[in-house]
Design a protein around this ligand. Structure first.
Ligand code: ADP
Length: 423
């Protein structure tokens, strides 16, 4: 299998080859079309020359006309002649000559009389027994040139294109190939991205689990000391360490399992009437201590009059826990959090705002993807699995709401969740 690091040059080379193929195909089709047009012009000119020769002989005209056939446009041929005794004779002679040269396209025949300065004969002639409705293009008949007739092929361009069947098919095949190739490259890059994110997630998880596990191991070793029962205070301290690290581990496992199960099709969500303000107040009680110990400021502006929504209480609680937890986590310097609610139309908007790190616009859509964490450069201090916002997004969507992020790098972030309220 091609290793990841070789993907880029391989894709680049394949794209280059495909591009060469497209250019070659373009020139081949162009040449084939021009060749077809040249061949057509040659055959029509030869047929018209023979027609003229025959007509002159039939009419007893032995004079020589210089360059009698002129192709004035790709589809229009003009033939000089001294006179035409019978238009029907001319028409049948043309038909005959065209048949000899296997020309079976419909055409319009016009005969111009310079004495009366008018078109004396005009007919749409179908060689393939279909009705044609075409007018020869605007043509300025030149009286000085004497008598002449014109033959116009209304379907010439499309006939030439369709006669290039092979080239047409190969061009369609090439277009399909290019589309497939583009789709495959896109798939490949998506898979590479997901696999990179998964590796980062596993590294993160291992790292996150290692610390509490080794703290527990150290505490257990300490508890195994023979004289530990003589030191009840130390024993209690180690037991508390084990308890808190165990709690941390349980929390992390729950978060991962929760994110995994909610993705499953048809994950059951309750639909109960819940008051968003009550949930927010409960969540704030949980985080208040944490914010205060860090010297942070917490503001609440609950302006919404209608704050009851239909949703799953436990998942909605998790949603706000995640958003507030992130607001704290990603505000390393100044901890300034505000939580506000307002009614807009038939909805309640809940905004969790911080003045922390902020998120550059390039990452704002991706933060809701599973495992995605904004690359932090040299900072490794903020822990996480990159599954919190994905979970939030999924829950909000499943509950018929929406989430919007408004953030500026270095200035802070505001996540606004909206739900229809119960009136
Ligand atoms: P994590 O476990 O990494 O916090 P999340 O899914 O909750 O995972 O968030 C995804 C990423 O979005 C985070 O790694 C972080 O870079 C960015 N992020 C989330 N919330 C905030 C915030 N309030 N301020 C700045 N960045 C944030």
């Amino acid at each position: 299998m091609v290793k990841g690091k070789y993907n880029r040059p391989v894709i680049g080379f394949a794209s280059f080859l495909l591009l060469c193929l497209i250019v070659i195909q373009f020139f081949y089709v162009k040449n084939a079309y021009e060749l077809k047009q040249d061949q057509f012009s040659y055959e029509v000119t030869q047929s018209l020359l023979s027609t003229l020769d025959f007509l002159q002989k039939t009419q007893g005209d032995s004079s020589i006309i210089l360059n009698p056939v002129v192709q004035t446009e790709p589809h229009l041929f003009v033939v000089k002649i001294h006179y035409v005794s019978s238009p029907y004779l001319l028409e049948s002679l043309i038909r005959l000559e065209f048949k000899k040269n296997a020309l079976d396209q419909d055409f319009v025949l016009n005969i111009y009389d310079c004495f009366s300065d008018s078109v004396v004969y005009s007919k749409d002639i179908s060689l393939i027994n279909t009705d044609i409705e075409a007018n020869a293009p605007e043509f300025s008949w030149d009286r000085e040139q004497g008598h002449y007739f014109s033959v116009y092929f209304p379907n010439q361009v499309s006939e030439s294109i369709f006669s290039l069947e092979f080239w047409l098919l190969s061009t369609i095949a090439l277009i399909i190939e290019v589309l497939f190739f583009t789709y495959l490259v896109w798939q490949l890059s998506q898979q590479r991205r997901i696999s990179k994110l998964k590796t980062e997630f596993i590294n993160n998880m291992t790292h996150e689990f290692k610390t509490p596990l080794s703290t527990i191991a150290i505490s257990v070793n300490a508890l195994k000391r023979p004289n530990i029962t003589d030191q009840p205070e130390t024993l209690k301290r180690y037991a508390e360490i084990i308890e808190s690290e165990n709690f941390r581990l349980q929390e992390q496992v729950t978060r991962i399992l929760r994110a995994a199960t909610i993705e499953k099709e048809g994950a059951a969500l309750k639909n109960e009437a819940i008051d968003v303000h009550t949930i927010l107040n409960d969540a704030l009680n949980t985080f208040k201590m944490n914010i205060e110990t860090k010297g942070g400021v917490l503001r609440t502006n609950f302006h919404a009059v209608n704050s009851v929504i239909f949703a799953d209480k436990s998942h909605i609680t998790n949603v706000f826990h995640n958003l507030i937890d992130n607001a704290i986590k990603y505000s390393p310097k100044e901890l300034n959090i505000s939580i506000s609610t307002e009614n807009v139309g038939n909805k309640i908007h809940i905004t969790v705002k911080d003045s922390g790190l902020g998120i550059a616009s390039a990452h704002q859509d991706q933060v809701f993807e599973k495992f995605y964490r904004v690359p932090t450069g040299n900072r490794h201090d903020v822990k996480g699995f990159g599954i919190g916002l994905n979970y939030v997004h999924l829950i909000v969507q499943k509950q018929g709401g929406s989430i919007k992020l408004n953030s500026k790098l270095g200035k802070g972030s505001a996540f606004t969740v909206s739900f229809k309220f119960v009136s």
